[in-house]
Design a protein around this ligand. Structure first.
Ligand SMILES: NC(=O)c1ccc[n+]([C@@H]2O[C@H](COP(=O)([O-])OP(=O)(O)OC[C@H]3O[C@@H](n4cnc5c(N)ncnc54)[C@H](OP(=O)(O)O)[C@@H]3O)[C@@H](O)[C@H]2O)c1
Length: 339
């Protein structure tokens, strides 16, 4: 490994989960600083994004893939302070945001070089750390799987979430029309300000209203993080030959759907999860999303939507905030003094 003049300490602080369970299981401990292997870089982390999958992993409900770093943290922003074999020296000192294979809640993390993306000009490290996981997920699903196009009508469940807000901004940038479900009026106003039409899932039969609002035609794509009994409701308001893409199971793993409606509409039901995908897949996705983020921030279509920032020592507060159901957009952990 080659390192920058920055002296990499032998030990670092990082968060571990003592036992699967509540936020009291999150502990900041001293750990060995990992060396980058072939094709990898060591990032000095300035900020790490918090995602719902981290909460599920802490609870023991989302085990990491066997070859992943078992500690929490799927995305970071920071600078490259050491490179492994096969990675060019010119990467040393680069400010990057990265998709991690775990371990991002730390002072240092090792990441495949191909999963690092340049920070769009003008963004702080905290803002940059809020981008990789959600934009990579929505790009993979809406663009690659869904074939998102200008003029498409897209339903996104959980519009005010990290994933939901990225999906709204991506849809607007593509010139698509976006419909979202939300849990309350404050979340509705937030999503409307981003350009989405909103439906209150606790009080409205959203599938009927969406059908009415699309003159009975329905939506071309559904990005569904709820699944469970939402799948049959999605089928009611998806257009002929529309596609429903499941990315999480907040509403339950099993579902009963009307197969006749699926056939009559020639609709497609599919699903995706990013974490276990191959290094080659993630590298290709990062390369494409890096370009989209640079262009989207330059054109003003994208805004970073960070609603809360906590120091790494307060990781338990960050998880409590996410679990409260009151958060909007993204929560980020800050490490050190950089903004
Ligand atoms: N497949 C993948 O590759 C992948 C990658 C990343 C994340 N994910 C998944 O995507 C989901 C969102 O992640 P995040 O980090 O953005 O989480 P988050 O900010 O905590 O958001 C969770 C969202 O779920 C919404 N929700 C819960 N129950 C709902 C219901 N019955 N109807 C409609 N919306 C409902 C909430 O809406 P309200 O707040 O309005 O109630 C909230 O906006 C998580 O489940 C995560 O595991 C999947």
């Amino acid at each position: 490994m080659t390192d920058l003049n920055h002296a990499v300490p032998a030990t670092m602080q990082g968060v571990v989960v003592l036992e699967p369970g509540g936020v009291e299981q999150l502990k900041l401990v001293d750990l060995p600083t990992p060396p980058p292997g072939r094709g990898e870089v060591l990032i000095r982390v300035h900020a790490a994004g918090v995602n719902r999958p981290d909460v599920l992993q802490r609870l023991g409900l989302y085990p990491p893939p066997p070859d992943a770093n078992p500690r929490l943290g799927l995305e970071v922003a920071g600078d490259i302070v050491a490179v492994g074999e096969g990675v060019g020296q010119e990467r040393l000192g680069n400010a990057v945001m990265a998709l991690c294979n775990g371990g991002g809640y730390s002072e240092y993390v090792v990441v495949p070089a191909a999963q690092c993306m340049s920070v769009p000009p003008g963004l702080t490290m905290v803002q940059a750390a809020s981008l990789p996981e959600v934009y990579l997920t929505v790009w993979q699903n809406l663009v690659w799987t869904g074939g998102l196009k200008a003029g498409a009508k897209v339903l996104v469940h959980g519009g005010s979430s990290g994933i939901g807000t990225a999906a709204i901004q991506l849809c607007k940038r593509f010139g698509a029309e976006v419909f979202v479900t939300v849990g309350g009026p404050a979340k509705a106003s937030y999503c409307e300000a981003l350009g989405a039409k909103t439906y209150h899932y606790k009080t409205e039969v959203w599938e009927d209203r969406i059908l009415a609002d699309t003159e009975g035609v329905g939506v071309d794509l559904v990005l569904d993080m709820v699944a469970g009994d939402y799948l049959d409701r999605d089928l009611k308001c998806v257009a002929d030959q529309g596609k429903i893409i499941v990315i999480a199971l907040l509403g339950g793993r099993f579902a009963k759907i009307d197969g006749a409606r699926l056939m009559a509409k020639r609709a497609e039901l599919t699903g995706n999860t990013l974490r276990p995908r191959s290094a080659q897949f993630k590298a290709r996705l990062c390369a494409e999303v890096e370009q989209d983020l640079a262009a989207g921030f330059a054109s003003g279509h994208y805004k970073p939507l960070v609603e809360a920032v906590y120091p790494l020592q307060q990781v338990a507060r960050a998880h409590t905030r996410m679990e409260s159901g009151e958060s909007f957009g993204k929560i980020v952990l800050k490490i050190g003094e950089s903004e």
